[in-house]
Design a protein around this ligand. Structure first.
Ligand SMILES: C[S@@+](CC[C@H](N)C(=O)[O-])C[C@H]1O[C@@H](n2cnc3c(N)ncnc32)[C@H](O)[C@@H]1O
Length: 213
């Protein structure tokens, strides 16, 4: 069920022949397939993987987990496929579209961690309804996490960070909520983190542990 359209575009610069061939040939081999879920012990998801830098690093760093990346921006999916191919990574699945279209197919209490890094802030008041973090989604995301699993959120947009923190706190579904300007262990900067720093923004990170309910 689509809750809102929280992303801006599916294609930016026109796709190069290499990108087109990656989407045609490599994507089907790692396309999100809910029927294969539960065959692995550990699942980690990232929503809005952008160019795939953080997502691919995580998959390399934690080879025992299956990493699921959601991203409607096809240039980002093509770039992720390029990284995945170059590094011969096999423990991933990609969904090249809106997470809302498939999230219901992820069993509840499955994920060990969920990352949402520098989501589109939709700064104008009349666009706030397009933000990926809202009351309903916090509940949906929490339902997909195991008890004790971690939710990671980052933003350099102060009012979005506060808004998301309030939503996560007031959901009553998380505890051990920590906020920091330094990221969690083994983090690598995403494209939007680097962009934020170049614009003298101050990224903040929230880590929250799902309560046992
Ligand atoms: C500002 S970018 C940040 C990308 C990356 N995380 C980074 O830090 O560089 C936000 C990304 O979230 C993606 N996104 C927004 N809504 C989404 C949704 N409903 N499902 C999956 N991805 C989404 C957008 O397409 C966009 O690429």
């Amino acid at each position: 069920m689509r809750l809102n359209k929280s992303f801006a575009r599916r294609v930016g610069k026109s796709l190069s022949p290499l990108q087109q061939s990656l989407l045609k040939e490599a994507l089907p081999q790692c396309l999100f397939d809910p029927l294969t879920l539960l065959s692995q012990n550990k699942y980690i998801a990232e929503i809005g993987i952008g160019m795939g830098d953080h997502f691919v690093m995580r998959a390399q760093e934690q080879p025992d987990a299956l990493h699921i990346g959601f991203e409607p921006y096809l240039n980002g999916i093509a770039n992720s496929l390029k990284l995945i191919k170059a590094q011969n990574i096999t423990n991933i699945m990609l969904w090249p579209d809106d997470v809302d279209l498939v999230i219901d197919q992820i069993p509840n209490n499955l994920l060990s961690a969920l990352y949402i890094l520098f989501p589109d802030p939709w700064p104008k008041l009349h666009h706030h309804k397009r933000r990926i973090i809202n009351e309903t989604r916090v509940k949906v995301f929490a339902s997909k996490l195991q008890a004790d699993a971690m939710l990671y959120f980052a933003s350099d947009i102060k009012h979005y960070f506060c808004y998301a923190t309030d939503m996560i706190r007031s959901s009553g579904l998380f505890h051990e909520i920590s906020i920091s300007s330094s990221p969690y262990d083994n983090y690598i900067k995403t494209k939007y983190h680097i962009k934020a720093e170049a614009a003298l923004g101050m990224p903040q990170f929230l880590c929250a542990r799902k309560l046992e309910i």
